[in-house]
Design a protein around this ligand. Structure first.
Ligand code: HEM
Length: 181
C-alpha cells in the first residue's frame, strides 16, 4: 500500500485525538512514525494501524475504516484537488468515474493496485454499487468514502451492504440511495 494511505491515517488520528494518542497507537502497532507518500509499505502496516487504533480507541475496526473513508475524501481533496475537480460534478457522476480516476492516479503511482467499481440497477435516486478489490476487509471504508462524497456534493447518501465475500461472492455489493440537498 502506498505510504499516502498510512500518512492519512496518521493525520486523522493526530488531528482527531492529538500527538500522544498517535504515539500510543503507532507504538502498539509497532510501525514507524513517518510515511513517505510515494513509497510502498507492506499491507500489514495499514492493517496493524487499524487494529491498534480500534483497540486503543475502543471502536470496532469497521468503524475505524468507515471513519477513515470519510476522512480520506477531505484529505485527498486537499492534496489532489485537480484529480477531484476533473472526476465529476455530482455524486453519481463521481462514483461512475472512480475507475478512470484511479487509472489516472496509476500514471504517477505505477504500483497502485486500485479497487474497481461498477454501477448497476440505476434509478433517479438509487443504484447498486459493486466493489472489486485485490484486498479484503475494506468494505466499511467504501461506506465511509460514499458518505464523504455525499458531504462533498451536498447530497444525502444512505448505504446498505447487500453482501460480499462472506456470502461467497467475489466482490462487495451495496445499495446506495442518494438525494441532492
Ligand atoms: C485524489 C483522490 C484519490 C487518490 C489519490 C487515491 C489513491 C489511492 C491509493 C494510493 C490507494 C492505495 C492502493 C495501493 O497503494 O495499491 C487507494 C485505495 C483505495 N481507494 Fe483511492 N484514491 C482517491 C480517491 C478515492 C475515492 C474517491 C474512492 C471511493 C469513493 C476511493 C476508493 C479506494 C478504496 C476502496 C481503496 C482501498 C483499497 C482496495 O480496495 O484495494 N479512492 N486509493
Amino acid at each position: 500500500m502506498y505510504g499516502l494511505v498510512n500518512k492519512a491515517i496518521r493525520e486523522m488520528v493526530t488531528i482527531g485525538y492529538g500527538d500522544a494518542m498517535w504515539e500510543k497507537i503507532r507504538a502498539q502497532a509497532g510501525v514507524d512514525d513517518v510515511f513517505i507518500s510515494m513509497d510502498q509499505y507492506p499491507e500489514q502496516v495499514t492493517d496493524k494501524l487499524v487494529i491498534a487504533a480500534s483497540a486503543i480507541l475502543g471502536v470496532s475496526p469497521s468503524d475505524i475504516l468507515n471513519g477513515f473513508g470519510q476522512y480520506w475524501i477531505g484529505f485527498a481533496h486537499r492534496h489532489y484537488d485537480y484529480v477531484f475537480d476533473m472526476s465529476g460534478n455530482t455524486f453519481l457522476e463521481f462514483v461512475k468515474n472512480l475507475n478512470n480516476m484511479h487509472s489516472r492516479i496509476g500514471q504517477w503511482m505505477p504500483d497502485l493496485r486500485p479497487p474497481s467499481f461498477t454501477v448497476t440497477k440505476e434509478t433517479a435516486e438509487s443504484f447498486h454499487l459493486h466493489y472489486y478489490s485485490s484486498r479484503s476487509g475494506f468494505g466499511s471504508m467504501v461506506e465511509g468514502l460514499l458518505a464523504g462524497l455525499g458531504e462533498r456534493f451536498n447530497t444525502e447518501v444512505k448505504v446498505e451492504h447487500l453482501g460480499g465475500v462472506e456470502q461467497g461472492l467475489d466482490h462487495e455489493q451495496f445499495f446506495v440511495r442518494y438525494r441532492p440537498r
